[in-house]
Design a protein around this ligand. Structure first.
Ligand SMILES: CC(C)(COP(=O)(O)OP(=O)(O)OC[C@H]1O[C@@H](n2cnc3c(N)ncnc32)[C@H](O)[C@@H]1OP(=O)(O)O)[C@@H](O)C(=O)NCCC(=O)NCCS
Length: 183
């Protein structure tokens, strides 16, 4: 990680993704509850693949990835980040995963999103953060809505998982919308 910045909230904090986080990441992706709505997790990740994924992410200036730490334990419970940053357009794709199901539905995901958006708009100076989400992933959609993301449209049968296709919803947050919320 070349660019990381910790930020604190009541329930979680963000810090730069590190090599030692890969072990937890492999465990999270092996949990079918975590990957129920995701394309990730369809095959086991080997040590070698995990290391290659880590290196490729850490070496790219276009991905800024964080571990989500539980404030009580200081242990990683998930990851979030800005990916494939397009610098002239100042846009990035956002991904989030809380890999410990016991941490779901406690506001931690929304708080991590809010911290990530603050970093993206205030520090990286982005104009637009966007994402795609499985249309049946109701908890994730609700979390994105709570963080201010706006529905843009639907891509049909984009996601294949567990023997069937799912539509994907496109959502985004503009800098001006985020600033109006933060005012
Ligand atoms: C999606 C995710 C990041 C959300 O994090 P979280 O900490 O659980 O989210 P929050 O607690 O902040 O908010 C979840 C909201 O969804 C609601 N929710 C959960 N399941 C729901 C369902 N089946 N239907 C409707 N609402 C639901 C919760 O009640 C809560 O809303 P509320 O605060 O209004 O009550 C996390 O659950 C996760 O990582 N899941 C596994 C991986 C994943 O799906 N990642 C997203 C890929 S796009």
């Amino acid at each position: 990680m070349t660019r990381t910045r910790a930020s604190k909230s009541d329930g979680i904090s963000l810090r730069g993704w590190q090599r030692e986080d890969v072990t937890a990441y492999r465990r999270w992706l092996a949990d079918p509850r975590v990957t129920e709505y995701l394309e990730m997790g369809w095959r086991p990740i080997s040590d070698i693949q995990a290391e290659a994924d880590y290196r490729s992410m850490a070496e790219s200036p276009d991905n800024i990835v964080f571990a989500i730490l539980d404030s009580d334990t200081s242990q990683p419970i998930g990851t979030c980040g800005l990916y494939q940053i397009q610098w002239p357009a100042r846009r990035a794709q956002m991904n989030i995963l809380i890999g410990e199901p016991s941490a779901w539905n406690k506001g931690k995901g929304t708080q991590a999103l809010e911290n990530l958006c603050t970093y993206g708009f205030m520090t990286v100076n982005l104009e637009l953060i966007f994402l795609g989400v499985n249309a049946e992933n109701k908890g994730a959609i609700r979390s994105y809505e709570k963080a201010g993301f706006v529905h843009e449209g639907r891509r049909r049968n984009l996601v294949y998982r567990n023997g069937r296709y799912f539509d994907s919803l496109m959502m985004s947050l503009l800098r001006a919308e985020w600033m109006a919320r933060s005012a």
